[in-house]
Design a protein. Structure first.
Length: 276
């Protein structure tokens, strides 16, 4: 757990560093321009703030990936993608889509405050925001929470259930935004199981990319009111519950199929503790 806490602190530390370095000068420029930077899409976040946040998240993500690879918390390079059989990736997608859909339906039954909705909507309409959410976040978060934290827990003798649960719980909590935490925990457990069975972050990265890309597209094309409308209010009770049941069946069916047909989980040998 010490390593997990340490890496999460580095993760937030890099975000704080680059947010300060990028947002402060852009805010200063805005002030010098007499605050002419109009609010982003009428939601209270200036377009400069949205742009700066996207750039800061990309830079902090690059820094965190460098940290994980340089200090050998993870082994990841271009060969990492070719080492995973294409069949494994294709078989993982139905599980990911089923889980995403099912957990999204579940989240509609729980009313939790969405503290970052306006910021995410603004970022989805800015190229750097989209890159940070759809590309950078899947890379850095899967390397960190599955490749570094979960892998370490497995190598330290934690049971697969405990390692997946702990890494998913940390993944959920670091999202901070109440509306995101339960979904992040649940989908993090799915990505964690895929990592345990394959020994690769690639299925999780692809699943994470699919999830975040769909979210970005929705925020691009839908109004805030439409985003907050529940599925049952859009299509009615019968279609909603039919989709709910279908997504659950797809998730469970895919999980059972993968559990049976994927190769046995790799051996996670004990490793020496790093000090960096």
């Amino acid at each position: 757990m010490k390593r997990a806490i340490k890496l999460v602190l580095y993760y937030f530390g890099y975000q704080l560093l680059f947010t300060t370095l990028v947002i402060f000068p852009m805010t200063l420029i805005n002030v010098l321009n007499n605050g002419e930077d109009a609010t982003a899409y009428g939601m209270g976040y200036s377009s400069g703030q949205v742009l700066a946040t996207g750039i800061a998240m990309i830079l902090s993500g690059i820094a965190m990936i460098w940290h994980l690879i340089h200090f050998k918390y993870v082994k990841f390079n271009l060969k990492s993608f070719s080492e995973v059989p294409a069949k494994t990736i294709w078989l993982s997608i139905p599980l990911i889509i089923g889980a995403m859909t099912f957990f999204n339906f579940c989240s509609e039954f729980v009313e939790l405050p969405n503290w970052m909705e306006d910021e995410f909507i603004g970022m989805s309409r800015n190229v750097f925001g989209v890159l940070s959410v759809a590309i950078m976040a899947p890379l850095v978060e899967e390397l960190l929470f599955r490749g570094a934290i979960e892998d370490h827990l497995l190598r330290q003798g934690k049971s697969p259930f405990a390692a997946i649960l702990i890494s998913a719980l940390i993944f959920g909590i670091i999202h901070i935004n109440p509306a995101q935490v339960p979904f992040a925990f649940a989908i993090g457990a799915v990505f964690g199981w895929l990592y345990y069975r394959t020994g690769s972050v690639v299925p999780g990265i692809i699943g994470h990319f699919i999830n975040n890309s769909i979210a970005c597209i929705q925020m691009m094309v839908l109004s805030k009111e439409e985003l907050n409308t529940k599925t049952v209010d859009l299509i009615g009770e019968v279609p909603t519950y039919a989709l709910f049941a279908a997504s659950f069946a797809l998730m469970i069916g895919s999980f059972l199929y993968l559990k049976k047909h994927l190769p046995a989980a790799p051996e996670y040998k004990e490793e020496q503790e790093l000090t960096i």
